[in-house]
Design a protein around this ligand. Structure first.
Ligand code: ARG
Length: 586
């Protein structure tokens, strides 16, 4: 409806200018109607002008309506309530829009103007540590944001800010000396198997054995000095973690470019130097830090952001500062040339990013027009409202979590097929189970407002009813079923003629896809798109349950088939932006 809304808005402003004695152009916004009874759009500007003009708002609304020329687009606008103006688009105008959209792969969504180079920093797990559900959330939400922005035409660089550096590597390399010494000289290929278990063993040893602690410290120093053997060991550890992460990304169909923390090592001294030059650096108790403005501790004193520790080591924040410089620097200077950088992490890191962004700003590293943005999300909780754990209390491995979703999806499918006395090849079952299981996990996450905590429940996410992936996929499958029963969806087209209320409401819902996408881009809330797709699927199901399609009278069949086709395309594109694949049968 974007096009219609813009056209109406334009005419509305013209009418306002003619109808009212205003010194300058005023805002008279047109919004989507809050309820279907009010039509398609409403304008509430009269209320705001009542004071300025000293006239009752209803009277103002009426003069505006008297000057409005919109007969070609809508029914005569109505003044309602205290002074709203309601607009209802004519069915033939909606029909023309539907016809036009049938030929548009973008389904009415315009390309962004201007198109920006954007970095989306997401997923970003840590080497040799658990890739936990928080990283899963970042991966799913970040991927969705990246897909959305690319679809809008922005140049998106998807960066995995892997935690691949830090003092924990001393301990890991020391442990490697004990369990697989030959791997260190590269004389032996080792498969460390479960790196998380490896990490745990190393940590236990570290906590218990003083000699091992000493050894670990020496290894850190050697690694930082770039000794070939240490670097080799570090690479080996990274390589093995990387494989485990990649398996998850492949399964989730998520693309990422690895740009781990280690990438910024060489730039760290320079970050500190520049902060010094910008006169932001203060030495406090041996540590070099920047005192933050407007961020105070419990004692009311400004908090420091430590960029270099007493022992000379750098930390997470220093690396993020170096990363900001790199991402915003122009390509000529070897940078990414981004104009917007989006960080998708849990809300627990909000203060970290606020601090880092502030320091980057004060250091003059953020060119005007560039934007750094933290996109936070809440925790993933179990049914008990606590942090998600296995029954035995251990953290859940992502692989196991995805396996379980797929197993359950498979179980549901097999049961349904038995009930319906359907036969299915093993290939078919495996493919549907994988798609539905992964879709359910992603959708459950995306359909929640990301800023709140969300309760993980296999039962809920896999239900065939409600705001779930299976429900949406099923609506799509029903439409493919129509095509299989001989209703050629491709040939379905003009002339479209919308008459039945179910046809009209489905058409309206289909046409608002473009607005939803722009809204979602505004606040980067994928749940908006989910809510829309759920509503659309419900409207489609009502339409399809209440009106014949294949057996419709000749004058209605093409229209209904066209609405089916556009519904399928909208669901497919919408789910695609969420990173969810559709299937033709289930
Ligand atoms: N590795 C971090 C973690 O596991 C997330 C990194 C987010 N990105 C960043 N540029 N700091 O919490």
């Amino acid at each position: 409806m974007l096009k219609l809304r813009n056209a109406l808005q334009h005419r509305l402003l013209e009418a306002v200018a003619q109808a009212l004695p205003l010194p300058a152009a005023v805002d008279f916004p047109l919004e989507p109607a809050t309820k279907p009874e009010f039509g398609d759009f409403q304008a509430n500007g009269a209320m705001g002008l009542a004071k300025v003009l000293g006239r009752p708002p209803r009277q103002i609304a009426q003069v505006v309506v008297d000057h409005l020329q919109v007969d070609d687009l809508c029914h005569p606008p109505q003044v309602a309530g205290p002074g709203f103006i309601n607009f209802t688009i004519r069915p033939e105008v909606l029909a023309a829009e539907v016809e036009e959209r049938l030929d548009q792969p973008r389904l009415g969504v315009p390309m962004a103007q201007p198109q920006q180079p954007v970095v989306v920093d997401f997923s970003s797990p840590n080497i040799a540590k658990e890739m936990h559900v928080g990283h899963l959330r970042s991966t799913i939400i970040g991927d969705c944001i990246a897909r959305l922005l690319s679809f809008r035409g922005h140049r998106v660089l998807r960066l995995n800010h892997l935690g691949d550096w830090g003092t924990q590597f001393g301990m890991l390399i020391a442990h490697l000396h004990h369990v697989a010494p030959r791997s260190l000289s590269g004389r032996e290929q080792v498969d460390l198997g479960d790196l998380v278990a490896f990490y745990r063993q190393a940590k236990t040893r570290f906590d218990e054995d003083e000699a091992f602690q000493e050894h670990s410290r020496r290894e850190v120093v050697k690694l930082q000095a770039g000794e070939p053997e240490s670097l080799g060991a570090w690479r080996l550890l990274c390589q093995q973690s990387r494989q485990a992460f990649q398996a998850i990304y492949d399964r989730l169909d998520v693309q990422l470019v690895e740009r781990g923390e280690s990438f910024y090592n060489e730039a760290l001294p320079q970050v500190v130097e520049e902060l010094e030059k910008a006169r932001l650096l203060v030495v406090d108790d041996g540590a070099r830090c920047v005192f933050l403005q407007g961020m105070t501790g419990k004692d009311g004193q400004p908090l420091p952001l430590i960029v270099q520790k007493r022992d000379g080591g750098y930390n997470y924040a220093t690396t993020d500062l170096a990363a900001i410089r790199q991402r915003l620097a122009s390509p000529d200077a070897g940078g990414e040339g981004a104009e917007r950088v989006i960080y998708v992490t849990d809300a627990g890191q909000s203060n970290h990013f606020a601090a880092v962004f502030q320091v980057a700003q004060r250091a003059g590293w953020v060119p005007t027009g560039c934007r750094l943005q933290h996109v936070p999300f809440g925790l993933v909780q179990g049914a008990d409202g606590k942090k998600l754990k296995t029954r035995s209390g251990a953290t859940i491995r992502l692989r196991d979590l995805l396996d379980e979703a797929v197993d359950r999806a498979r179980h549901d499918l097999v049961e349904r097929m038995a009930q319906e006395q359907r036969q299915g090849e093993e290939d078919f079952i495996a493919q549907v189970a994988e798609t539905v299981g992964i879709a359910a996990v992603k959708y459950a996450d995306l359909s929640q407002n990301r800023t709140t905590n969300y309760q993980f429940s296999f039962d809920r996410m896999l239900a065939l009813q409600g705001n779930t992936a299976p429900y949406l996929l099923y609506a799509y499958v029903r439409i493919q079923g129509i095509a299989r029963q001989g209703g050629s969806l491709v040939a379905a087209a003009s002339p479209i003629c919308l008459q039945a209320p179910q046809e009209l409401s489905l058409a309206r819902q289909l046409l608002s896809f473009d607005e939803v996408i722009l809204e979602m881009e505004q606040d980067l809330l994928p749940n908006r798109l989910c809510a829309y797709l759920f509503g659309l699927s419900q409207t489609f199901n009502r339409f399809y349950d209440q009106l014949p399609v294949l057996k419709a009278p000749d004058q209605s069949r093409p229209t209904r088939l066209a609405l089916c086709r556009l519904s399928a395309e909208t669901i497919r594109l919408g789910l695609g932006l969420l990173g969810i694949k559709t299937i033709d049968r289930m």
